[in-house]
Design a protein around this ligand. Structure first.
Ligand code: ADP
Length: 318
């Protein structure tokens, strides 16, 4: 490996900075220079590239977001854009690249691998929607943020005997809502994997209310419902007033949890080791507490075995 580039792409996730720190430190430890590419693939196309040293990444592990900034780049989706990116990498003498991002970013990484760059991906997304890895960088921090917010909503719901619908992120993956319910944050959950219709939500609510539980949290994953419609439906059917809270972008930022920092650090070091050993076209993950690698081209092939966790909800949420 001559020179290593690193970029963050797609949605930012807490822990991306810890991954950047780990990559730079591990590369420098092995006498490899690192270039930081700002603003994801778009920044790469535009040549926004600066050297990154161990000293520059010394105090970033505890910061949310990404010091390299991130973006979504429609230009990189086109072959012409990717050819430009390749030219820029050649101009800067970068022969190896580490991409930290979600599903889309890793697909982009595969395209660069096909163009002859040595590429390793790291899963950076709060949604945990990459099935090949048990956890992605950012998921744990976001889950904790959601639980903290839900705790506050619970206090007022309890005091007023209220029911609140809370919408959490996840894109098309229910892991945030599922884990939130497993951790005690919510009584009724609806996710893309186990979607409840309006009548089922109402019947679950009414049986809870009839058994004396007057404050209830309904946790739903984003993009599933028209929330105003769901709220109106429950209010009319059960003759009660309901609140709705969309947690929104508060879920993305914040200092990464210890878990995310450690995960990101282990993944960052693993990515550098893989490149040193001559690997490319791989993405790092964690399975059963061990670092694993998968081919970038196969990231969506694995079944989401987190589905098993739904069985724990039955006794917990009755
Ligand atoms: P995330 O990485 O968080 O899933 P996106 O899906 O928006 O976020 O992807 C981030 C960027 O990755 C896109 O803006 C685009 O530049 C690049 N990308 C996504 N999908 C592809 C693809 N199929 N081929 C090439 N580049 C892609």
């Amino acid at each position: 490996m001559k020179k290593l580039g690193i970029l963050t792409s797609g949605g930012d996730a807490p822990g991306m900075n810890a991954a950047i720190r780990a990559v730079v430190k591990a590369a420098n430890y092995n006498d490899i220079d690192v270039m930081g590419i700002e603003g994801g693939y778009q920044g790469l196309i535009e040549g926004r590239i600066k050297p990154l040293t161990s000293k520059l990444v010394e105090n970033i592990a505890d910061r949310g977001g990404t010091i390299l900034k991130t973006s979504r780049s429609p230009e990189f989706m086109e072959e012409a854009g990717r050819k430009k990116a390749l030219k820029v990498l050649k101009t800067f003498g970068i022969d190896s690249l580490i991409v930290i991002g979600g599903d889309g970013s890793l697909k982009g990484a595969q395209k660069l691998h096909e163009l002859g760059i040595n590429v390793i991906g790291l899963p950076g997304t709060i949604d945990n929607d990459l099935t090949y890895t048990d956890y992605s960088i950012g998921f744990d921090t976001t889950l904790n943020t959601i639980l903290e917010c839900i705790g506050k909503i619970k206090d007022t719901d309890y005091s007023h005997d209220k029911t609140t619908i809370v919408e959490v992120m996840g894109r098309y993956c229910g892991d945030l809502a599922l884990h939130c319910a497993l951790a005690g944050g919510g009584e009724i959950i609806s996710t893309p994997e186990k979607k409840l219709n309006f009548d089922t939500i109402c019947s679950k609510l009414s049986s809870r209310i009839n058994s004396g539980k007057k404050d209830n949290l309904v946790i739903v994953t984003e993009y599933m419902y028209d929330l105003a419609e769901l709220q109106r439906y429950i209010e009319e059917k059960l003759n009660m007033s309901v609140r709705t809270t969309v947690l929104g972008f508060i879920q993305r930022g914040g200092n990464p949890s210890a878990f995310d920092r450690i995960l990101a650090s282990q993944m960052g070091v693993t990515a550098v080791e893989l490149l040193i050993n001559g690997s490319s076209g791989l993405t790092v993950g964690i399975k059963d507490n061990k670092m694993i690698q998968r081919k970038l081209e196969n990231i969506n092939d694995e079944k989401n075995d987190r589905q098993d966790k739904y069985r724990f909800l039955e006794p917990l949420l009755h």
